[in-house]
Write a protein that binds this ligand. Structure first.
Ligand code: LLP
Length: 426
């Protein structure tokens, strides 16, 4: 079974994750609940591992979904980790990701976080400013420990994605421009306690075209060749992550029109030029591994008509899944029980949450079959940046997370209780 693309499917009008009925999971665990397919996760991880050339390191971007069980499965599948805070480094190590497979990116690493990375002896810290390089150098020197570093370059390449998740243009806070990156690499090469090992670029997220990557690859190769001319030989070029997934209604239509490149196509596009130029590759995919693997299951609390509009009010909202509110992102939403869809025409509705914000909308003006309080809905493509961006806003509890393996399911994170709202409080 090819779960990697289609982990959520109807059998007899009942939506399943693999072979487990979502209604049974909701009944047992309650709602809202994030449900993940183990088979889909492993298939997608394997798609990376088998497609990359030898000596490539695939560092899963843990920010996309840091659930400890999912991280452990990805570690066992051979993936490394791209971390962006002390907390993510802690989670990556806890999951058993080998330190040599961990890279640390981010514009604001504190001294304590740098010390933590050096303690763990991770593969490299990816530096994003001269000031940060100075801090790492001072810490490395005082510890008398070599710090392996890469410099994150801002290539000024337009990723052609949502402005909030585009990161590779000069006006963005990420990385440094190429001239400064070259100077920083030289400075590192001349420093007794720094070892420059790579250069990195991450131009953005939810990218659906390959051309910005071709441009980025040429850009990094050009820089690496120049560095080689200066006597600085690199271990790797890091092309970042950013491969988009299909947030349209992928499985309802029979003739699936793939609007995003496949994992294999992306890996080929990013790895071929780099391998040809004789460099090793690092990748940092997040969304493309976990996005399609997860759905957020919610129960309808009420329906309501107002101002000529129909609202479906769900028991989940922007506190659990921020993407629609923050980026006007479209997530497919399907009824868990499809029986009514077959018999009744759809009407146009807004599917909203219980949060006291007008932007707390999961779907706007969406054709949807008749729905009643108590019905279950599945918000698809929610495995990436779903739970990871969840909050306790409005005093709401973070949802449970469940992992499905065939027809079995296990809670891999308990729903919070009201006691959690008092955590750490005086
Ligand atoms: N590497 C770096 C340095 C990153 O900053 C990111 C994501 C990744 C890798 C992974 O990118 P991916 O393969 O997942 O696109 N919250 C937003 C996405 C923010 C992405 C931040 N950086 C969303 O929900 O769309």
């Amino acid at each position: 079974m090819n779960w990697g693309q289609n982990a959520f499917q109807y059998h007899d009008n009942q939506l399943h994750c693999e072979d487990a009925p979502l209604a049974a999971i909701a009944e047992t665990v309650g709602t809202p609940v994030y449900v993940y397919s183990q088979a889909a996760l492993l298939e997608r991880a394997a798609a990376f591992v088998t497609a990359v050339p030898p000596n490539t390191l695939v560092c899963y971007a843990t920010k996309a979904n840091g659930n400890p069980m999912l991280l452990r499965l990805l570690a066992e599948a051979g993936l490394g980790g791209d971390v962006t805070s002390g907390g993510e480094l802690f989670l990556a190590l806890h999951a058993g990701i080998l330190p040599d497979k961990i890279i640390y990116s981010g514009v604001g690493k504190t001294q304590a976080e740098i010390e933590m990375a050096l303690d763990a002896r991770i593969r490299a810290l990816h530096v994003e400013s001269e000031m940060e390089l100075g801090t790492i150098a001072a810490i490395a020197e005082s510890r008398r420990q070599i710090a392996r570093i890469g410099v994150r370059v801002n290539p000024n390449i337009d990723a052609q994605t949502h402005p909030y998740i585009s990161t590779g243009l000069h006006g963005h806070k990420f990385g440094v421009n190429p001239e400064r990156a070259m100077a920083m690499m030289q400075q590192a090469a001349n420093h007794p306690w720094l070892e420059p090992v790579g250069i990195a670029a991450h131009i953005g997220s939810q990218i659906t075209k390959l051309s910005p990557y071709a441009e980025t690859a040429q850009f990094l190769i050009g820089m690496a060749d120049e560095l080689a001319g200066m006597g600085i030989a690199l271990d790797y070029l890091d092309m970042g992550g950013g491969l988009g997934i299909d947030y349209n209604e992928p499985q309802l239509t029979k003739n699936i029109q793939q609007s995003t490149p496949s994992i294999g196509d992306w890996v080929t596009a990013v790895s071929e030029p780099i391998a040809k130029a004789g460099y090793n590759l690092v990748l940092e995919p997040g969304r493309s591994i976990v996005g399609p693997v997860g759905a957020l299951i919610t129960r309808v609390v009420y329906t309501k008509e107002q101002g000529g509009k129909q609202f479906i009010i769900a028991d989940t909202g922007m506190n659990d899944l921020l993407r629609p509110s923050l980026y006007q992102a479209h997530h497919p939403i399907w009824p868990v029980n499809k029986a009514s869809v077959v018999r009744h025409p759809s009407s146009v509705v807004d599917i909203v949450g219980p949060i006291c914000e007008t932007s707390d909308t999961l779907a706007k003006e969406r054709p949807f079959p008749p729905t009643e309080p108590g019905d279950l809905l599945a918000i698809l493509q929610a495995g990436a940046y779903g739970f990871a961006m969840a909050s306790n806003y409005n005093g709401r509890l973070r949802p449970a997370e469940v992992l499905v393996n065939s027809d079995q399911f296990h809670i891999i994170r308990q729903r919070q209780t009201y006691q959690h709202l008092l955590d750490g409080a005086a």
